[in-house]
Design a protein around this ligand. Structure first.
Ligand code: SF4
Ligand code: SF4
Ligand code: SF4
Length: 261
């Protein structure tokens, strides 16, 4: 039987050193973060940053990443099966199947997936929980890099127990809640904290009901013209873009500039 894995982040141990962010960038060969008009801050999650460390008041730091939901809304929203929930826990992405409709971005309750807006052939980008490392028997690069033990990896059941032990051992220190234990049906990234973490969800009132059942209900609240146009444009883009890619004819604006000079 495959053991379901998870990450437990304890914000009380995090010193905001960003070693996890740097390790993720190295592991995923992500380029330098650049200011873009669609980012609020340069260190927002983006196509070049799959995890980020948010500085909160009181000198607290909170790492943000995909929660690898047990029943992921992004997976159920993807009509071509580009996103998959693996038995080990990670939610992974197949760019070859993606048609660029971005329904996954609308569906995610934590606002995680980002789009390669700057690329001529954009992909959806997000944390993969370092699936290939897990498959090889290792642990995510960000966890390896954290020498404070603020973010640890292991079987989800064990980490859930560990989280409850910490709350019991130090009831005055922690908020009495294991974030991600049951929210939206449970997630593979759990948190314990001494500050409220509701800001990590787009909707702080998210319940425990898994979202896939609600995904299409939620998407139906988005004006049909937007979704319809999104689907149509994505389809057109997918056919032309993929053909160009196969033919190796897609040029970036930078390529064109370089050719001219
Ligand atoms: S490496 Fe650990 S301590 Fe440093 S920012 Fe990341 S989670 Fe926090
Ligand atoms: S946090 Fe969002 S992107 Fe990550 S698995 Fe859950 S629904 Fe998908
Ligand atoms: S699990 Fe891997 S991809 Fe996800 S944040 Fe950590 S290093 Fe990055």
């Amino acid at each position: 039987m495959t053991i379901r894995q998870a990450i437990l982040t304890d914000t009380t141990h995090c010193i905001g050193c960003n070693a996890c962010v740097d390790a993720c960038k190295k592991e995923n060969q992500l380029s330098k973060d650049l200011p873009r008009r669609w980012k609020r801050r340069i260190d927002d999650l983006s196509s070049t940053r799959f995890t980020t460390v948010l500085a909160k008041s009181g000198g607290r730091f909170v790492r943000q990443q995909c929660r690898h939901c047990l029943e992921p809304a992004c997976v159920s929203a993807c009509i071509v099966g580009a996103l998959t929930k693996t038995p080990q826990g990670p939610v992974i992405y197949d760019g070859d199947k993606c048609m660029g409709c971005r329904y996954c971005m609308v569906a995610c309750p934590y606002g995680i997936p980002r789009y390669d807006w700057e690329k001529p052939i954009p992909y959806v980008r997000k944390c993969t929980m370092c699936y290939s490392r897990i498959e090889a028997g290792g642990q995510p690069a960000c966890v390896d890099a954290c020498d404070q033990g603020a973010t640890v990896f292991g079987p989800r059941d064990q980490l859930r127990e560990e989280a409850h032990h910490r709350l019991k051992r130090n009831p005055k220190k922690y908020i009495d809640k294991v974030y991600g234990e049951t929210q939206v049906g449970g997630t593979s990234v759990l948190y314990v904290s001494d500050i409220p973490l509701d800001f990590l969800s787009l909707n702080p009132e998210l319940g425990d009901t898994p979202l896939p059942d609600l995904t299409w209900a939620a998407l139906s609240k988005v004006p049909p013209i937007i979704l319809g146009m999104g689907g149509l444009m994505a389809g057109v883009w997918w056919i032309t873009g993929r053909r160009q890619k196969l033919a190796g004819t897609v040029e970036t604006a930078t390529d064109k500039k370089e050719k001219k000079s």
